[in-house]
Design a protein around this ligand. Sequence first.
Ligand SMILES: CC(C)(COP(=O)(O)OP(=O)(O)OC[C@H]1O[C@@H](n2cnc3c(N)ncnc32)[C@H](O)[C@@H]1OP(=O)(O)O)[C@@H](O)C(=O)NCCC(=O)NCCS
Length: 194
Amino acid sequence: MASCLFDTSSYEPSPASTSATMDLHFRLATQEDADSIQQHIQAAFRAEDPRPNWVGSAELAAKFRMDVEPVLRCISASDSNILMAIDHAGTLVGTVMMSKRAPNSARLAMLAVDQRHSRAGIGRRLLQHAEQHCQNTWDVTRIELDVLSDRPELLEWYLRRGFTKTGAVVPFPEHLKEGLELPNLGCIELEKYL
Ligand SMILES: CC(C)(COP(=O)(O)OP(=O)(O)OC[C@H]1O[C@@H](n2cnc3c(N)ncnc32)[C@H](O)[C@@H]1OP(=O)(O)O)[C@@H](O)C(=O)NCCC(=O)NCCS
């Protein structure tokens, strides 16, 4: 698979991203990046999104919190890291956390694209680069991640990227529900063999 496919989506990208072939480079995070990554992830997860069934509970999204400690831990540990997508001006526009799990498996989490550049193919390119990084660095042949059960269009997006459901669904942790009534919310596990 090519590392940087262009997004040929028929949808209009968001106003700030006029080109689906946006000039990006990808690099691993260092500890100096932790603060900007924390702010970037929190803002991306809190952002409203026009795509129907993309965000799920808007109330839950609006209360999303990311602390800098887990970001620093992910950057510092020997079996995890954060991939950053940087635009031509040096601005952080996308991130994804990567961690090695079982001997043959890596997990992706917190895939996040700056709202001003959403729907321009950055999420797709980040996924591709992260998969390649996990394969090259840890020699894994399987990638896993979770999607919330109330985000069916996002789930479909991952299926179009080659992921499939493992069948595992874990209830969304009560302590992260922020007092909201979300009785059937679950984390659907997806996997992809490279
Ligand atoms: C999920 C996320 C990373 C995707 O990033 P992105 O850069 O917008 O994604 P891409 O541009 O690569 O893909 C956009 C998709 O939206 C679709 N899309 C665009 N406009 C749309 C619209 N108006 N209605 C429905 N779908 C639309 C496109 O068809 C495209 O899918 P395709 O490539 O299969 O055709 C981004 O939405 C985000 O950061 N969300 C907040 C954090 C989050 O929820 N992360 C995921 C946790 S599991």
